[in-house]
Design a protein. Structure first.
Length: 443
């Protein structure tokens, strides 16, 4: 075989030379299998067996919930590894310990190790499989006391499902990735509940009774330890708007918390905080102290999720990319973000989605002008298609040749008393975030 990568730059080039199902149309092998991951782990000495895992899946809310779980556990004194996707700016962001992304040298070393392992496999791994293996190896190398692992897509056949989560978390279930996961919530819930393993404690967020029954059936079938469901085993009794986020009252088994500040915007973040506290309690075997819960949630940082980047004009980015996410974003805009001037949306999205699903709730929330952009991925939806959907909803639509140009145009349309919202995909949010931060610093 060729020599394994010897530097960070070489390692990233090697990584990016693998198929990336986040950038090309998602698919599933005709006979889905975790065999390649299992074989790689065996060659690596089975580092996943050294990890104490909280495994997090769900249609929306995975990233925010994972961040809050990790923050609470760090505040409780644990060394915590967190694996999330996708990244906004640099790939190192996906693999972090106590909130600090993996360093370039450590990343290069683990990827070099994986290059040697891959040369002994019968098939090449995907980019996401390699990143998942890198996270597992790094967390095992650093002997983390808790590993919060976010599923990439689905559950049963997601490559993260080589870990056995002592706590399995399902945040929400809605229609998304239907070409892979199924066309109904029941099918999607069945796929996602595949992360539930024997002996796990299962924590479920706000889902329908139909979805809950699927999770309950899986919990019984595999011999999981118990099932905690929002509004049943744990609850959020107050979820109100506060300066900088939400103020919530949450009850979990063994603990009651009042007036907790969640520094994230949107009613749905209150639900995510409740799920996070329940998951942390399940992992610890007890509810965290009032101080740990308060400081842990207050320290949670989730860039790109209803993130306010500036004022005059109000600058917001949000990774909403499906109908449920857009509906939650619209509720948050109507509740807590009011400006006297024009509300302009920079919107780009991936093929396989319906732009009307995203634009409808935003139009109802006051968006009147849309600047259509294409994210930097082969999966990008044509701006013409987005513009047509916007026009059919009675919105003023323009097309921009790049995300940066779209941000510039939106800023000129919004003026100093308006709002610019960038959304539709985290690929859009990443580039728009850079452009909006630069505009805010220069203003």
């Amino acid at each position: 075989m060729a020599q394994p990568p010897a530097s960070f730059a070489e390692a990233i080039r090697w990584l990016d030379d693998h198929i990336d199902y986040e950038r090309v149309a998602p698919t599933r092998r005709e006979l889905p299998s975790l065999d390649a991951m299992t074989a790689a782990l065996e060659l690596l000495g089975n580092p996943a067996q050294d990890l104490d895992v909280i495994h997090v899946t769900g249609t929306n809310g995975k990233g925010s919930t994972s961040a809050m779980i990790s923050s609470v556990l760090v505040e409780n004194g644990l060394l915590v590894g967190t694996y999330t996707s996708p990244n906004l700016h640099v790939v190192n962001e996906r693999i972090a310990i106590d909130g600090q992304p993996i360093g370039d040298d450590a990343f290069a070393e683990v990827l070099s190790r994986l290059a040697l392992v891959e040369s002994q496999l019968s098939e090449r791994l995907t980019r996401f499989e390699l990143l998942t293996l890198a996270a597992i190896c790094h967390f095992a190398d650093e002997a983390v006391e808790a590993a919060v692992i976010e599923v990439g897509m689905g559950g049963t056949w997601d490559c993260t499902n080589v870990v056995d989560g002592r706590v399995a978390v399902l945040t929400t279930v809605a229609l998304d990735h239907v070409q892979v996961l199924g066309s109904t919530e029941v099918e999607i819930a069945t796929d996602k509940s595949g992360i539930i393993k024997p002996g796990a404690l299962v924590v479920v967020g706000r889902v329908s009774d139909e979805v809950a029954s699927i999770v309950e059936e899986r919990t019984r079938a595999v011999g999981a330890l118990d099932l905690w469901r929002l509004d049943d085993t744990f609850s959020i009794s107050s979820n109100r708007l506060a300066f900088g986020g939400r103020l919530v009252d949450i009850d979990v088994p063994g603990g009651s918390f009042r007036d907790l500040l969640v520094p994230l915007h949107g009613t749905h973040q209150g639900d995510n905080a409740a799920v996070a506290l329940a998951a942390a309690s399940a992992f610890l075997g007890r509810a965290p102290s009032d101080e740990v819960a308060e400081l842990g949630l207050a320290a949670a940082v989730v860039p790109g999720r209803l993130e306010v980047l500036g004022h005059l004009p109000l600058l917001i980015v949000d990774g909403a990319h499906n109908a449920a996410g857009s509906a939650a974003l619209a509720v948050a805009l109507e509740e807590g973000f009011h400006v006297p001037g024009p509300q302009v949306c920079v919107l780009g999205m991936l093929e396989g989605r319906d732009p009307t699903d995203l634009l409808g709730p935003l139009a109802a929330a006051g968006i009147r002008q849309v600047v259509c952009v294409a994210p930097d991925t082969p999966r990008a939806m044509a701006t013409e298609k987005i513009a047509q959907a916007a026009s059919e909803l009675g919105l003023d639509a323009e097309q921009a040749p790049s995300i940066e140009a779209g941000v510039d145009r939106a800023l000129s349309l919004a003026g100093s008393d308006g709002m610019v919202l960038a959304t539709g995909s985290l690929y859009v949010v990443g580039d728009a975030r850079i452009a909006l931060l630069a505009s805010n610093q220069s203003s």
